[in-house]
Design a protein around this ligand. Structure first.
Ligand code: NAD
Ligand code: UPG
Length: 470
């Protein structure tokens, strides 16, 4: 089947950039991205490309090129579903916050709503593509809803799994030049194979066929969770060793370089940090743990859960190190945060380590002053309020947001680097030092600053994973 019209449900961090790239690379296909969030759609349609709801390097240019030509953002979900030959579901699948599986399982209510809506609205055959990250075997639930509700008896549906592997901050490069594209489908029927081929042909407009991998649906669904678990495991592994480095006089960056040069290990994802964040790693590993438990695989579940426990420890450890270094009290002391996003080059803050470190320090009655080049003030308060640790009013009193890093650091007792934004390396650190309380402490949670230079200025420095010479 030659696809002419695509609908994507969910205009978020995945739906927006992914569809923008498909539209740019396939001018012959009309792509409509729909969302129930009117504000988000308005922002995607803003004539000022700096106001797009997702910040990603290079995204503005691609949206500018394709929008209005064959890329559209709309709130008319039913209409877009009905017109499409292929529907991507790219809605959020957060960790459940209630009921059975609370705190572990993926909440699939948005996925189910989409499936029911497609079944209700569709009047012609559709290929439905799972773009969201889903527990293994979700496709069978979607198929059952599609086949048994609405027009399901008259209209034929094929379900594909096409998980997205882009990382935020590099989404456009990842989409334009992916390591692989994974497509899972019903390989046992000719209709299933035709559907797979339709999607392969879309990606083949810019991705080499050798990099487009086709599998059965369950392998595809499980590979996504597995990839994230392996990546996060590397970060937790190196973070666990950062603590040992600090005790023994080793330097975690040197250790990472030394082991990463072994081609069997590889050098990527070995950067020790204040802990991984982002909307995916924690959620997807918890989901994997939940699935393993639900099959009675206790050892498998415990093995992967440790990746999360290590990450929680790393965030807490960083906050406690700040407190103990500042003479065991931060009450009334001003701590400047450089960075709030979960990594550089994104405005996304979901599960950012900064939120948890701030929460620990606010519990100790510290005053926090934050500067982040891309995160909006309101988002930081929403992140803290979401934890439900204290009142909104207390969060606003405890945390102040600045537009200027030098103002954020003025009179601070300490600076903590929580995100690895490149601009932090270019600051006039002497000027920052001069404006701070003394001793001026610096906690580099991302290992990006030149500690020797900062110590020469007079800073008392802590760099994650760097032990003192014994
Ligand atoms: N963020 C990433 O880097 C990333 C990468 C790969 C995969 N994923 C996966 O992709 C999925 C989406 O993630 P995201 O970060 O884009 O989420 P997001 O929260 O940024 O976007 C999801 C959007 O879906 C919309 N939505 C929810 N229900 C809807 C409905 N019934 N009809 C129309 N719109 C609806 C929401 O309003 C929201 O705008 C998740 O499953 C996630 O795990 C995310
Ligand atoms: O060596 C490293 C690498 C990453 N991180 C941290 O790990 C988190 C996640 O980073 P990254 O994986 O680069 O960003 P995400 O956007 O969360 O992307 C991950 O999650 C996505 C959602 O599922 C997947 O699509 C991607 O392939 C996967 O990399 C961030 O806090 C990083 O700072 C480290 O601390 N050290």
């Amino acid at each position: 089947m030659k696809i002419k019209n695509i609908c994507c449900i969910g205009a978020g961090y995945v739906g927006g950039p992914t569809m923008a790239v498909i539209a740019q690379k396939c001018p012959h296909i009309q792509v409509t991205v729909v969302d129930i969030n009117e504000k988000r759609i308005e922002a995607w349609n803003d004539s000022n490309l700096e106001k797009l709801p997702v910040y990603e390097p290079g995204l503005d240019k691609i949206v500018g090129e394709a929008r209005g030509r064959n890329l559209f953002f709309s709130t008319h979900v039913d209409q877009a579903i009905d017109q499409a030959d292929m529907i991507f579901i790219s809605v959020n699948t957060p960790t459940k916050t209630y009921g059975k599986g609370k705190g572990m399982a993926a909440d699939l209510k948005y996925i189910e709503l989409c499936a029911r809506q497609i079944a209700r609205v569709a009047t012609s055959d559709k290929i439905v593509v799972e773009k969201s990250t889903l527990p293994v075997r979700t496709a069978s639930a979607i198929k059952s809803i599609l086949d048994n509700t609405g027009n399901g008896s008259k209209v034929k549906f094929q379900i594909l799994s096409n998980p997205e592997f882009l990382a935020e901050g590099t989404a456009i490069e990842d989409l334009l030049d992916p390591d692989r594209v994974l497509i899972g489908g019903d390989t046992s029927t000719s209709e299933g194979n035709d559907a797979i081929e339709s999607l392969v042909n879309i990606y083949a407009n810019w991705v080499n066929k050798e990099q487009i991998l086709t599998t059965n649906v369950w392998s595809s669904e499980l590979s996504k969770l597995t990839a994230n678990a392996f990546l996060a495991q590397r970060v937790s592994s190196i973070n666990s060793l950062s603590e040992l480095c600090e005790k023994t006089g080793a330097d975690v960056n040197e250790v990472a370089k030394a082991i990463g040069m072994d081609s069997r290990i590889g050098s990527k994802f070995l950067k020790s940090s204040v802990g991984f964040g982002g909307s995916c790693f924690q959620k997807d590993i918890l989901n994997l743990v939940y699935i393993a438990k639900s099959y009675g695989l206790t050892e498998v579940a415990d093995y992967w859960e440790q990746v999360i426990l290590m990450n929680d420890h790393q965030k807490r450890r960083f906050a406690h190190h700040i407190i103990s270094t500042l003479f065991n009290t931060v009450s009334g002391k001003k701590i400047a945060f450089l960075g709030w996003a979960f990594k550089k080059d994104t405005n996304d803050t979901r599960e950012s380590a900064a939120i948890y470190v701030a929460d620990e320090l606010l519990n100790e009655q510290s005053q926090i002053d934050v500067y982040d080049p891309k995160v909006e003030e309101q988002q930081m308060y929403t992140d803290l309020d979401y934890l439900n640790t204290r009142s909104s009013k207390d969060n606003r009193e405890g945390l102040t947001v600045h537009q200027d890093p030098y103002r954020a650091c003025e009179n601070a007792h300490a600076i903590a680097v929580l995100t690895e934004w490149d601009e932090f390396k270019t600051y006039d650190w002497q000027k920052l030092y001069d404006r701070m309380q003394k001793p001026a402490f610096l906690f580099d949670g991302r290992g990006i600053l030149n500690i020797e230079e900062l110590e020469n200025i007079g800073f008392v420095c802590y760099k994650i994973g760097k032990g003192k010479d014994l």
